[in-house]
Design a protein. Sequence first.
Length: 478
Amino acid sequence: MSVHVPNAATDSDFPTGTADTIAAVATAPGAGAIGVVRLSGPRSRAVLEAVFRPSSSRFTGFVPRTLHHGRIVDSHGADLDDALAVFFPGPHSFTGEDSAEIQGHGGAAVLQAVLEAVLTHGARQAERGEFTRRAFLNGRIDLSQAEAVAELVAAPGVEGVRLASAKLHGLLGRRVSELRERLEYLRRRVCLAVDFPDEEAECLPPAEFLAVTGEVIDGVRALLAGYRRARCWREGALVVLVGRVNAGKSSLMNALLGRPRAIVTERPGTTRDYLEEETALDGLPVRLVDTAGLRADSDDPIEREGMRRGRELADAAQAVLLVLDGALAASAPSPWAVFTEEKALVEAVGASRCLAVWNKADVTPLPPDAADFYGAPILEVSARTGRGLDELAAATRTLCGAQEPAPEEIAPNLRQARALENALAELRDLERDIAAAVPPDLCGLRLESAAAHLADITGLNSADDTLNAIFADFCIGK
């Protein structure tokens, strides 16, 4: 495990993680109104001065954190773009180093030309996540905040944005630090008990030891509960449409999307593989999947493979929308008599994850005595007229277990949740050790291990391979 100590500054009087100056296009690929090239490192100002020609005759140099208008030129002095440039001196910048931005037009070719001009004057191409990594290494943000940058960019909906923003502003890091401080308090008491064994009862009263340990356990459990509550808002829920051929699954998918994504025809079995789209149902970001229709007598290997894949998706889904063709039940002796395959699916997947959708309700209304479908709740919907779609979206969100995040909700990600689970396991063992009057020095080892797992969340003792794995998921300009 390595300890990260920033190198001595070169051209500036603040700590830097490296002597290199890095540069990258910070805006998304493709054409846009504005494109940004950013720099960070000791030569940021010198590189900016080399490529920038001010439009004002009163320009005497870059005023920190002030936009200046001018032209960007290549190594031969030829104009590349009309742009704004800004210089951010360290350590009061995002990375903690001298940094700069060039804000020009958003075409891919012009941005590449500007970047090449910058690289010609001594900067190098940034690696994935290197700007954020430098901010972490220079102490501007902790590791949970660094991860929040990527989560904010990837957030599938507004609630995910709010959750990531709260972490970016240090909410998780502060809470974890509070819990670690409580463990540090106990560790100091343990050290006293070890140094003064005759006064162990006074240095480390068992009742207080248990009480403080219980407080930390409650805090860790609360963070893990936040992870579970926020997961669908941060990652999106998987919602799968299943049902027999011609039940109207594709029509229902198009209706929920608000556009014609799936092909709809009268011919049975039009959808032979699955179709997947991202959308929001009652505000919840979801991956909505239309699967191949169920048909037991199919001898088409492609269609049968599509049904197999659909079943796998249903097994993994947070919500399975079981589409029932109401028109099929019109002439049946009982409403559910014709839905044998659908019944088997509910039994296999579990009624708690299923929502039966009585489609084509404009043609055949749901029987008044139909309270549920083999334990799964049932709703009346018409994909053709739009009837019941809002109710279906709300019911799907409920089925996914999506609760509205609280204003101060803390939402750890999977890596952070695993660290919390490891800390919780140590703390539970510590409770048992205290009750069994285990010697203080052994209790101290439990405390150190639990505190180390919490420190992993904010990156106080993160190994290089952990950091590499985290920042490899970032885009180049972050």
